[in-house]
Design a binder for this molecule. Structure first.
Ligand SMILES: [Zn+2]
Length: 414
C-alpha cells in the first residue's frame, strides 16, 4: 500500500527528528561549555552559582525534550504506518456507522486522548522532578490532578462541539467545505479570546484587583502616557503552581485587562514592573497581537484549502499506510502529519517573533526606562534560570525572544 508519498513522509520525519535531536545536543554542549563563567554583561548582577543552576536547568529540560521528540515520532509512526488508526477505526465501527459523524468524532477524540495520555508521564516528570529539583515547582499532586480534570472538561466542552461542527461542515457543504470550516474556526478562536479572561482563566487562578496604590498610580500614569485604556489591573496567584514570574494583557477593546503574576510583584521594584508592562504595551501598540491573529487566519485558510485538495486523493491515505477513508481520517492525518513539514519553517516564525520583541523593547525604552527594563530582565533571567549562553543556532531556530546578551546590549545603546 505504500507509495512515493510514504518515502516523502518518512524522509521528512527522519530529517525533522534528526534536526531536533541535533539542535538539542548542540544546546546541551554549548551551555555546558559556558557553565563555569558568567558572561561579562552579567558579571556584576548574576552570581556564578545562579549561572550554573541556569545551565543545569537548561540541560535537564533539553534532555527531556529529546525524549519527547523520540516519543512523538514513535507515536506518529504507530498511528499511521503502524496501523493504529485503522485498528481504532475498526473498533469504533462496532458502535457507529463507519461513514457517519459519530464514528469520525469518536475516532478523532480517541486519538487526541491517547496522545495526551502518552505525554502525561513526561509532564509529571517535568513538574515533579525537574521543576521541583530546581526549586520552581509549587504544584501539589492534588492540584495537578484537579488541573488535569479541569483541562479535560474544558477541552471536551469547547473542543467536542467544534469537532462535531467541523466534521458536519466537511460532510455537508460540498466542494467549498474548507471555506465554511475556516469561518467556523475563526469564530471559535475569537470566541475563546473573548471568554478567556472572564470565564476560562478564573477556572485555574484567582484574580484580585491590584491593591498597592503606589504601583497602581505608577501604572495608570504609564497607561495615560501611552494613550491606552484598560478596564482593570489584576494580580494573579501564579505562585500556586510555580515561582516563574510573568505579566500579560488579555481581552479586547475597552475590556482589556492587565494581569500581573504575584511572583513578578514579589521580585521586581515598582519602576521595573512599569518597564515590563511598557514592553507588553509595546506589543499592543505595535499591533503585534492582531498581526499574529491575521497571520494565523491566513495560514489556516491556506492549510484548509490544502486539505480540501488532499481529501479525495487515495495516495494521501495510502502513503501514510491508512486503509480507512472519510473526513475525520483525512482531518486527523492532516493534523498529525503537518507539523513534520512545518517544522522546517520554525526559524522564520522565531525570527518574526524576535523582531517583535525588539520593537516592544524599543517602545518600553521610549515610554518608560531602558535601564529599569534591563534591571528587570536580569532579575527575571536569574529567577527563571534562563540560560544566558544559548547555542546560537538553537536560539536562531527556536527562540521567540532574542538571547539575553543581545537584548540587553541593544537596550543599553538606546
Ligand atoms: Zn515581549
Amino acid at each position: 500500500m505504500t507509495n512515493a508519498f510514504t518515502w516523502v513522509f518518512l524522509i521528512a520525519l527522519g530529517l525533522a527528528t534528526a534536526a531536533r535531536l541535533w539542535l538539542a545536543a548542540r544546546q546541551i554542549r554549548h551551555v555546558r561549555a559556558h557553565r563555569d563563567a558568567v558572561p561579562r554583561t552579567f558579571a556584576e548582577a548574576i552570581p556564578l552559582g545562579a549561572h550554573q543552576k541556569a545551565a543545569d536547568y537548561t540541560v535537564a529540560k533539553a534532555r527531556l525534550g529529546m525524549i519527547d521528540v523520540l516519543l512523538g515520532a514513535a507515536v506518529l509512526l504507530a498511528l499511521t504506518l503502524g496501523g493504529l488508526i485503522d485498528w481504532l477505526s475498526a473498533q469504533w465501527s462496532r458502535a457507529f456507522d463507519p461513514q457517519g459523524l459519530w464514528h469520525g468524532a469518536a475516532l478523532f477524540a480517541t486519538v487526541v486522548v491517547l496522545i495526551a495520555a502518552l505525554e502525561l508521564p513526561l509532564s509529571l516528570y517535568r513538574t515533579f522532578v525537574i521543576e521541583a529539583q530546581f526549586g520552581f515547582n509549587r504544584m501539589t499532586p492534588k492540584l495537578f490532578v484537579v488541573d488535569l480534570l479541569k483541562q479535560a472538561l474544558l477541552a471536551a466542552a469547547l473542543g467536542l462541539p467544534l469537532l462535531i461542527l467541523v466534521l458536519w461542515l466537511m460532510a455537508k457543504m460540498g466542494a467549498l467545505w474548507w471555506l465554511y470550516v475556516w469561518i467556523a474556526w475563526m469564530a471559535f478562536n475569537l470566541l475563546v479570546l473573548l471568554i478567556f479572561p472572564t470565564f476560562i482563566a478564573p477556572l485555574f487562578n484567582r484574580f484580585t484587583k491590584l491593591e498597592d496604590a503606589g504601583l497602581a498610580g505608577r501604572i495608570e500614569a504609564l497607561l495615560r502616557r501611552c494613550g491606552f485604556r484598560a478596564s482593570g489591573l489584576y494580580v494573579m496567584d501564579g505562585s500556586k503552581r510555580s515561582s516563574h514570574g510573568n505579566a500579560y494583557f488579555t481581552g479586547f477593546g475597552a475590556a482589556k485587562r492587565i494581569v500581573l503574576f504575584d511572583t513578578l510583584l514579589s521580585r521586581l521594584a515598582p519602576p521595573e514592573v512599569e518597564a515590563v508592562l511598557a514592553h507588553e504595551l509595546g506589543h499592543y501598540r505595535r499591533h503585534h497581537v492582531w498581526k499574529r491573529v491575521a497571520l494565523l487566519f491566513a495560514l489556516s485558510l491556506a492549510l484548509l484549502w490544502g486539505l480540501g485538495q488532499l481529501i479525495g486523493e487515495a495516495w494521501f491515505y495510502d502513503g501514510l499506510g491508512v486503509a480507512s477513508r472519510g473526513t475525520a481520517v483525512a482531518l486527523l492525518l492532516f493534523v498529525l502529519v503537518l507539523p513534520v513539514f512545518t517544522f522546517f519553517l520554525q526559524p522564520i516564525s522565531s525570527l518574526y517573533s524576535r523582531r517583535h520583541e525588539f520593537e516592544a523593547d524599543a517602545y518600553a525604552a521610549d515610554h518608560s526606562s531602558a535601564a529599569e527594563l534591563v534591571k528587570a530582565l536580569v532579575k527575571l533571567y536569574q529567577d527563571n534560570a534562563a540560560t544566558l549562553t544559548p547555542d546560537p543556532l538553537h536560539s536562531a531556530f527556536y527562540d521567540s525572544h532574542p538571547p539575553a546578551a543581545t537584548r540587553i546590549a541593544r537596550l543599553r545603546t538606546t
